[in-house]
Design a protein around this ligand. Structure first.
Ligand code: MG
Length: 259
């Protein structure tokens, strides 16, 4: 599984019938996760706990399936372990958590914590004189959490030029339109707090990679414009699909029509 479309197909299969599989939340983040794990993150599959590895903090845990699949593709663990996805009491929960898979740096679950965790990890790199970088993935709805903005204020103060936040800006949250819940201007807000801001097409691997690799002299945020449910026509931009599962015939239609 080396292309975004292969990852998208696998993520649909994995989440299709799972309770809280959050299919559309996975699909908007496919290219982001692919770019990180296939192109950008410095990892050693033989040593998931290599001290100089780049760190990935999954604050948006709703796209757990795509993250697990990309990690398996990167060689961090055997793909077979993902057969236990969403099994009660298993090590591969549908909302990402560390119950046994190697290479996971942090739990998700309660939203809004990832940038704070990332600050601690990035600060540790400075303290230990290591040159690894810390990447945090958050959702746009998640950016309504107060803790996000406490962290957004702190990171530039600490001059963390080794911290990168990616926002999966699909403009939906749960079953709602994000701007109808709380109106925000993420580009301007992060810039006002002192971040280096990049806005990219979140389904363009090239644009994502260029922004992720762009030199930085302070914390960087990559605001990725995405489509929730990307690739499956009946799901794209449709808030009602957030909690839904696919019937067998809908699964077949989704995979056949993948675009
Ligand atoms: Mg969203």
């Amino acid at each position: 599984m080396t292309t975004p479309q292969q990852l998208r197909r696998e993520a649909i299969r994995m989440t299709a019938h799972a309770e809280t599989g959050h299919i559309p939340s996975n699909l908007s983040a496919i290219e982001i996760i692919h770019t990180l794990f296939m192109r950008v993150l410095k990892l050693d599959p033989e040593r998931p706990d290599w001290p100089d590895r780049d760190r990935f903090i999954p604050s948006k845990g709703h796209c757990a399936a795509a993250i697990y699949l990309a990690m398996a593709a990167a060689g961090l663990f055997d793909r077979k372990r993902l057969d236990a996805f969403n099994v009660d009491g298993g090590e591969v929960p549908a909302i990402l958590a560390r119950y046994g898979l190697p290479g996971l740096e942090a739990d998700s679950g309660p939203l809004g914590r990832g940038i704070s965790i990332g600050i601690g990890v990035a600060l540790a790199a400075k303290h230990d004189n290591r040159d690894y970088r810390t990447y945090v993935l958050v959702g746009d709805g998640e950016c309504q959490e107060g803790q996000i903005w406490e962290a957004a204020m702190l990171a530039p103060t600490l001059k963390l030029d080794n911290l990168v936040v990616i926002v999966d800006d699909n403009r939906l949250q749960g079953s709602f339109v994000t701007s109808e819940v709380i109106e925000s201007k993420l580009d301007e807000q992060f810039a006002a707090f002192g971040w280096q801001v990049h806005r990219v097409d979140g389904h363009s691997v090239e644009e994502l990679e260029e922004a992720l690799r762009a030199p930085q002299d302070r914390p960087k945020v990559v605001l990725a414009t995405t489509v929730k449910g990307k690739g499956v026509a009946m799901m794209e931009h449709e808030p009602d699909w957030h909690y839904r599962r696919l019937t067998f015939s809908e699964l077949v239609v989704s995979l056949r029509g993948l675009r």
